[in-house]
Design a binder for this molecule. Sequence first.
Ligand SMILES: Cc1cc2nc3c(=O)[nH]c(=O)nc-3n(C[C@H](O)[C@H](O)[C@H](O)COP(=O)(O)O)c2cc1C
Ligand SMILES: Nc1ncnc2c1ncn2[C@@H]1O[C@H](COP(=O)(O)OP(=O)(O)OP(=O)(O)O)[C@@H](O)[C@H]1O
Length: 315
Amino acid sequence: MDVFRSLDEIPAGYGPTVVAIGNFDGVHRAHQRVLKALVNRAHHIGGKAIAITFDPHPTRILRPDSAPKLLTPLALKLRLMAATGVDATLVLPFTRDLSNLSPREFVQRILVEKLATKEVHEGYNFHFGHKASGNILTLEELGRELGFVVKIYPEMKLRQHTVSSSEVRKLIAAGEMSRARTLLGRSFSVVSHPGRGRGFGHKYTVPTINLVEYNEQVPGNGVYITTTRVANETFDSVTNVGVRPTFGDDGFAIETHLLNFHPIELTAQTEVEITFLKRIRDEIKFPHTDALKAQIGRDVKTALRYFKLHTRYAR
Ligand SMILES: Cc1cc2nc3c(=O)[nH]c(=O)nc-3n(C[C@H](O)[C@H](O)[C@H](O)COP(=O)(O)O)c2cc1C
Ligand SMILES: Nc1ncnc2c1ncn2[C@@H]1O[C@H](COP(=O)(O)OP(=O)(O)OP(=O)(O)O)[C@@H](O)[C@H]1O
């Protein structure tokens, strides 16, 4: 998949294109449906499938106080977009200037002039342009005038939940990993790097890999059955998300204990991806570290039973 980080990076004569525009945070099942259809249509007309997204997320610029935490920071989002088969993603740097473009200016400058767009695929709730003043009807009118077709997707719902980034964020914050998995079409994961622990694990409980500070969406505080990918190798694991109250609310951390551990090389640059499968319990303030250690032993047993029951395919 090509990644264009500005309009200037798009080669002359790139089109014709079939386009979908959106934040695509999470690249969830509704996004996947639109993007896969985009690929089919592009191949059908002999053009290219291109997704247009924004970085940073528009709310970070427009309403920073209420900006949501991301399910998929840009690097992960691009990996997941590539997996849908789209030919390219255009990552438009989201600035005040971009947000001031009217729906017509956006369509004219980007879709018509740069991308020779023949079709635009969007969900029923799509809004675009200055103050989100354009909607599906605006887009259809512009399409009739400027020569592209608009394909509209009805609302996708699964297990009584609207498939939307905000709904997935709520489920993950509540530790509802199975419901989140239904909406995402995969298990939720966090991609980061190792950070520094305090060395308590080795001394009092179990050894863990701590993630470096991570400020995007994470599951609600608690203990989870997880898998942990360290560079190219994946381990079964149990992961604590929270403040470790037994040690005196010592700051937030995500730390994972690998079950089938063997020594591995770990540097500050090593990629660590924790995939959250199931919530086991709340974080507990234990009276002493022996009680915590015994509980972690029980958590490990719960996880081992889980892994025995679930084949890797079913995860
Ligand atoms: C599976 C698991 C469950 C945990 N559960 C709790 C808990 O319920 N309460 C708590 O205070 N700390 C809990 N911890 C965190 C430990 O206190 C932590 O691993 C220890 O403080 C080591 O910290 P360090 O890596 O910074 O040295 C848990 C850790 C793991 C790996
Ligand atoms: N449940 C859904 N059904 C149909 N189309 C959807 C659905 N969710 C998103 N889309 C469409 O996918 C494209 C990208 O959506 P975008 O990421 O901007 O919004 P979203 O997933 O609804 O997120 P949020 O919850 O943050 O509003 C848009 O065309 C949008 O209308």
